[in-house]
Design a protein around this ligand. Structure first.
Ligand code: SF4
Length: 246
């Protein structure tokens, strides 16, 4: 995912989610709890899998109805499957579940918030929808006698996403379902940088928009604005040169 640290806004009095995760890992030393890990894309999952697969038996849950088209959704799924193979994660017990793509589910929760900026209310609803569905999968597994110990999301690795809000939503859903949410802030300790390195190493497709059509349109507007301002600078430089020559 192509995003920059420049977008991070300070969040006052926020919890140290990395420390909370360290404590849980320490408490589980000697065993490998089962983790249902919601995954948003291969680049974000790369560093998270590299880190967590040492401590947890992971099932990736690729539930992302927010993705703008089915072709984009399938492309992201196949990149994630390739990453699992090429990082030899099957040998470490990593598997993947991919519920069917249904973009209508996302459009319903985004209705009325199409013009919200990224990180706004539409995004909070989008996080909630994906985490809620992950918790429901935990419930389904429990009823089938194959329960997980924790659930979590790779989304906290992105500098564009608030770990505070994601952890608050995850904890709230966990208490409603009587489940355990694994706190995280995967961008900490160089996690985001590691995801960039692994994405280069495995030549992963790194999309230039978050996922939905609204983020795609915003990304295209920004690209056009950058091109126009570059053209303006070049035209001004050309006219300067012309004037100097007269
Ligand atoms: S910008 Fe990303 S997080 Fe926000 S609504 Fe769109 S897909 Fe979801």
């Amino acid at each position: 995912m192509v995003e920059t640290e420049a977008y991070i806004k300070p969040e006052p009095n926020k919890q140290n989610y990395q420390k909370l995760l360290d404590t849980i890992i320490e408490e589980n030393a000697g065993c490998r709890p089962r983790l249902l890990l919601h995954s948003c894309c291969a680049p974000c999952s790369s560093a998270v899998l590299d880190y967590l697969s040492k401590y947890f038996q992971i099932t990736l849950f690729y539930y992302n109805p927010n993705i703008s088209t089915e072709a984009e959704f399938q492309h992201r799924v196949s990149e994630l499957q390739r990453l699992i193979r090429e990082m030899h994660l099957v040998e470490k017990g990593v598997s993947i579940l991919v519920p069917p793509y249904d973009h209508k589910e996302f459009l319903e929760i985004a209705r009325g918030h199409e013009k919200d900026p990224e990180r706004g209310e539409r995004c909070h609803r989008c996080y909630r929808e994906r985490l809620e569905r992950t918790a429901e999968e935990m419930d389904r597994a429990k009823a089938a006698g194959e329960s997980y110990d924790y659930f979590c999301t790779t989304l906290t690795i992105s500098p564009m996403k608030s770990a505070e809000i994601l952890n608050e939503i995850g904890s709230e859903i966990a208490s409603q379902h009587a489940l355990r949410f694994l706190p995280s802030d995967f961008k900490k300790r160089g996690g985001y940088q590691k995801s960039i390195e692994l994405s280069r190493q495995y030549q992963l497709y790194r999309q230039d928009f978050c996922g939905c059509e609204f983020s795609k349109a915003a990304s295209e507007r920004e690209r056009r604005a950058r091109e126009q301002s570059k053209e303006k600078v070049m035209r001004a430089a050309f006219l300067d040169k012309e004037t100097d020559g007269n």
